[in-house]
Design a protein around this ligand. Structure first.
Ligand code: ADP
Ligand code: MG
Length: 342
């Protein structure tokens, strides 16, 4: 199979087939020219800004070699769509740069499943594959997503103000729970592991919530490296501090499914590490003025995503986490995931 046959068969034709099945929205596609020419041509809506983000996934660092190919395809796009969600941007399309070792390039079952995972998510969020590059090499995936957002409406990191409430979507720590099982750091009963693994391998980008938060949230980002580390980016960019209340953090959904005997194995310190420093959840962390509390709840309800108010932005700098008794938690021992610190 040549490079062109591979692209045509597993990406171009598959994408066209999936798009055909979903030609129901009636909206016009922003793609004026897709795969096959030297460049793709995208037409954003009049007056909108283009939001661009790139994420690279490298074997053994971002995924394990035996990950299911459809999960890999899903996650590679999901982490990029999550960046658009965090910006309050609407997807326009994406490109895929792919390095494939010869044994993968010859494995049609693998390519087919990878293309399915990737392109089903793309179709679901109306984010078509418009181009890319394909080469031989160690397995490596790089996706660039393009989105659009009205000028002044993007959810940036630098808009948090003292007094704002701090929110997080969904639950925290599930992805880290699953990773720990895969790395044999701990074990979970099969049902809880399956739930956690789905969060690790098939994260749901919170695009609808991100769009619903435009005009409400003062700052936003997606939690990829752990809550305290990522929230720190908002605090730095906005020049503010924050106080979080540990009891308000949304507990990992997988732990809620455990029988009491198993759940008791997860003490305060272990849960704290999962909630505050577990990475890969791809939830949105954002701030909004207290007057907009009800509007945030409505945005969550309308988009079917739980939202939890977990603390407040303060004047000054630094992040404090208070435990149930109101005493400060030592968060210095907890580190977010830093690729160069490991
Ligand atoms: P170029 O010579 O300009 O690099 P290529 O021969 O690499 O072009 O690619 C031919 C066409 O196929 C281009 O439109 C490119 O965007 C597209 N393409 C290449 N690889 C991929 C891929 N992995 N996914 C989607 N489109 C791809
Ligand atoms: Mg090329």
């Amino acid at each position: 199979m040549t490079e062109f046959e591979l692209i045509d068969r597993f990406f171009k034709a598959k994408a066209a087939r999936l798009a055909q099945q979903r030609r129901d929205t009636g909206s016009t596609s922003p793609v004026r020219l897709g795969i096959g020419d030297d460049c793709a041509l995208l037409q954003p809506d009049s007056g909108q800004q283009i939001a661009i983000s790139t994420d690279m996934l490298v074997e053994n660092r971002h995924f394990l070699p035996d990950v299911a190919p459809d999960a890999l395809g899903h996650k590679a796009l999901a982490v990029n769509l999550s960046d658009l969600a965090a910006m309050g941007a609407e997807p326009l399309g994406f490109t895929l740069a792919l390095a494939l070792p010869p044994e993968r390039a010859a494995d049609e079952t693998w390519l087919d499943a990878f293309g399915d995972g990737l392109l089903k998510l793309a179709t679901e969020h109306a984010c078509p594959l418009v181009g890319g590059d394909t080469t031989a090499g160690p397995l490596n995936l790089c996706i660039t997503v393009f989105g659009q957002v009205h000028p002044g409406q993007a959810l940036r990191r630098d808009g948090a103000r003292p007094g704002d409430e701090i929110w997080v979507s969904g639950t925290l720590g599930d992805a880290r729970l699953a990773l720990g099982v895969l790395r044999a750091e701990w074990s979970l009963p099969p049902g809880a592991f399956a739930a956690a693994r789905a969060r690790l391998e098939r994260p749901a980008p919170r695009l609808a919530l991100g769009l619903a938060l435009r005009g409400i949230a003062t700052s936003c980002l997606d939690v990829s490296d752990g809550l305290i580390g990522d929230l720190g980016h908002i605090l730095d960019a906005s020049g503010v501090g924050a106080t979080l209340r540990e009891v308000l953090l949304p507990q990992p959904a997988a732990l809620a499914e455990l029988p009491a005997t198993e759940a008791s194995l997860w003490g305060t310190a272990a849960r704290r590490a999962l909630l505050l420093a577990g990475g890969d959840d791809y939830e949105l962390a954002f701030t909004a003025p207290p007057e907009r509390h009800a509007a945030v709840l409505t945005a969550g309800a309308h988009t079917g995503v739980a939202v939890a108010c977990i603390g407040r932005i303060t004047a000054g700098s630094g992040l404090r986490v208070l435990d149930a008794a109101g005493d400060p938690v030592d968060i210095h021992a907890l580190h977010s995931f830093d690729h160069f610190a490991n």
